[in-house]
Ligand binder design. Structure first.
Ligand code: PA5
Length: 437
């Protein structure tokens, strides 16, 4: 069995001259590695896995141990890059029904990733009367969604458990020096972790942004980091394969990439991937639109569109080797459902046949298919996958000719929102926007 994730482009590149992109891809990789490209002040993630030392891991594990010991719930507050990585890894590794089961350690729940009033109300209702802690994550320290959530849950925790408990069980992950959250954490004496200046939000899952919540959820951050180190040291072939194939497809009119999984636990990994590629590549009116589907679920909703809609898409399937558990389909004497032909097989065998059948059908329908094989979903292979996608994103962005490490476009809605909320300092914009209504 392979001990690394692999990219297989057998059904992706028919009729394309992907080799023509080889030189561009090697040049992009060189630009990335030499730090000579656009956004080169945000390359801290490139050698991050191998730079994480024992002291850093121990510190995170110790903080996690305190929260695990004292709390029934740990509310992880953050949005975008300060949310999706931890959410993706925790969901991928968790029992699917963990929320409904009693277990060891606290339940990690998320807030500050939306402005849903009912969401916040329900979460407050959930933790009322229970011991809870807070990990508040914001690189800028000023993002509206997490700031609102933190204000609410900080006040609630202090009232419910007292200032001392709150101080012990609130951890801030933020910039080393700047921002409202840094100032607040210093004033209140919270434990803090730093998001390095040169690591952007969507590349930060292997910093305390991701590692702390993942450790609190009870997962092995050492194995996660070790997996990432494996790809840092020996993943370039796969990185190039992916970056070349997706750019070759894009140049051939395939403007949408659908990341498909056949494993429900990978749903949020695709959400993390969408931010990584969407924010990195969508610039200058260019970029592959990253979309995602959960199969076989979405074959019963989006399947028609993929099979037969406009031919501007290609598909990248995340294919998992081993399942963690075996469930055998039983024989039924009456066989009224007609399923005896697969009796004695395990459920994953059926899923794998659905996966292969789907890939071939989509290829036949004009949807090129890339395959990324993952030996199993565990910390090690998820670590590999994270680093692989990050580096391929950097290479891909440079092939495309954009700065993959900034995100100027995300400010536009915020300006309007602040103007509409009449935030001090936005008076002119408030007047201008009101004139449009
Ligand atoms: O990638 C990004 O920069 C954004 O998605 C941010 O991660 C998100 O807006 C959260 O920012 P912050 O961590 O500063 O609160």
């Amino acid at each position: 069995m392979n001990d690394k994730i692999q990219v297989i482009s057998k059904y992706a590149l028919e009729g394309l001259n992907a080799q023509a992109l080889n030189d561009a891809a090697l040049a992009a990789k060189q630009t990335l590695e030499s730090g000579s490209g656009l956004g080169n002040d945000f390359l801290g993630w490139l050698h991050l896995p191998s730079s994480i030392d024992e002291q850093q891991l121990q510190a995170i594990e110790q903080t996690a141990a305190i929260l695990r010991q004292e709390c029934e719930y740990v509310i992880t507050i953050g949005i975008g890059g300060s949310y999706l990585g931890a959410k993706a890894i925790i969901e991928a590794l968790s029992d699917h029904f963990a929320a409904y089961k009693c277990g060891n350690g606290p339940k990690v729940v998320f807030a500050g990733n939306n402005i849903g009033e009912d969401y916040l109300y329900d979460l407050m209702d959930l933790v009322r009367g229970h011991k809870f802690g807070i990990i508040v994550i914001s690189k800028s320290g000023t993002t509206t969604e997490p700031a609102i959530a933190f204000r609410l849950f900080k006040e609630m925790l202090e009232k419910q458990e007292g200032k001392e408990f709150a101080q012990r069980n609130i951890v801030a992950v933020t910039d080393a020096r700047r921002g409202a959250l840094r100032n607040l954490a210093t004033q209140e004496g919270y434990a803090t972790y730093v998001i390095p200046d040169n690591v952007g939000g969507r590349f930060s899952v292997l910093t305390p942004v991701g590692l702390l919540p993942i450790a609190v959820a009870g997962f092995d951050i050492r194995a996660l980091v070790a997996g990432a180190v494996e790809m840092e040291k020996d993943g370039d072939e796969q990185v190039l394969n992916y970056a070349i194939a997706r750019n070759a497809l894009y140049q051939n009119g395939k403007k949408i990439e659908i990341l498909a999984n056949f494993a429900p636990r990978l749903h949020f990994l695709a959400e993390w991937w969408k931010q990584l590629y969407g924010e990195s590549e969508g610039k200058g009116h260019k970029g592959i639109f990253p979309a995602s589907v959960d199969f076989t679920t979405d074959l019963h909703s989006m399947g028609q569109m993929i099979q037969d809609g406009e031919r501007t898409i290609f598909e990248t399937v995340l294919s998992v080797g081993d399942q963690q558990h075996e469930v055998i389909i039983p024989t039924d004497e009456a066989d009224l459902d007609g399923l005896n032909y697969i009796a004695g097989k395990n459920v994953d065998y059926v899923n794998k046949m659905a996966e292969l059948g789907t890939r071939l059908a989509h290829v036949d329908g004009g949807v090129p298919n890339l395959l990324i094989t993952i030996p199993a979903v565990n910390e090690r292979y998820l670590g590999q996958l994270i680093y692989f996608f990050e580096k391929a994103c950097g290479v891909s962005g440079y092939i495309l000719g954009v700065n993959p490490f900034d995100q100027p476009g995300v400010e536009a809605y915020k300006k309007n929102m602040f103007a509409l909320l009449e935030k001090p300092g936005h008076e002119e914009a408030t007047a201008a926007i009101k004139a449009r209504l």
